[in-house]
Write a protein that binds this ligand. Sequence first.
Ligand SMILES: [Zn+2]
Ligand SMILES: [Zn+2]
Length: 347
Amino acid sequence: MNVIYPLAVPKGRRLCCEVCEAPAERMCTACTVTYYCGPVHQKADWASIHEKICQLLIPLRTTMPFYNSEEERQHGLQQLQKRQKHLIEFCYTVAQKYLFEGRHEDAVPAALHSLRFRMNMHGLSSVELVPAYLLLAEASLGLGRIVQAEEYLSQARWTVLKSTDCSNATHSLLHRNLGLLYMAKENHEEARYHLANDIYFASCAFGTEDIRTSGGYFHLANVFHGLKKMELADTLYTKARSQQADLLGKQLVNDTGLDEAQEAEAIQTLTSILSIRESTSDKAPQKTVFVLKTLSMLYFLMLECSKAKEYASRALSLAEEHLSVQEQKVIQELLDIISTEEEQPIT
Ligand SMILES: [Zn+2]
Ligand SMILES: [Zn+2]
């Protein structure tokens, strides 16, 4: 982490901070192709994403080698594009995972990278930029920066408006984020409108039973929860939950079939539902048992046996109090599977 002096900067090249684009004062000595305005942004970028992509940036940011033939040059170009594509996806997934974990500050540099790589590859007005704008909006909302969130969202909205080939998935994400923005502004009417649109577009894109559709139901449930319309909220929570459970049922192999960010989202959603269930006066133990069981299965599939065991045990003791012997037996079986796995992990 050396300071670089003006003389070391090649003539005519303006070096900008990776995070804020202010004039750079230092560079990363590990890759020597990344610059920062100061130690604060260097540290933030390192913790968020740079540590993971530092070496990958070298071929992207050094001048292209000399090629002997047009064929070689084309091949080189293709390789470069492949790397960029990989980085776009990678930074996006990392940022998304931070968001689901509530680490909004850490999400910002990763999301910014995803945006910039997209700009490089697709130009400034491409609809491909929208997912990155939405990540940044969500991170800003999480940090309480409502004005900034609105700016990113209006960028996203504008880009979607101008494009003719925007996918249903992107429409869904845009509406979800607008819904969340209006929730933060306590405009429930607008929030409801956008979340309903989110569910509509997500259903078109992924089907009604997909985990990506369940997110919209979940947030809409929160709106109704906020409005003290408990019955409606409960129906929607049930909808969101059964979609996630369904998904787990289908994927009960070695793997959840979800990427890391989706796993984090599923855990986050189920944990919120559980705490809401536990805090309501409406005692419906079979619903709580169901959520506990689902969480346990999810952790089990993610190979986190101790957590899986904890939730299964809670489900079992609740089931012993309130549910039938048959139900208890099912949970006991789950607990047995987890215990076996714990003793003899499959490697
Ligand atoms: Zn900076
Ligand atoms: Zn570096």
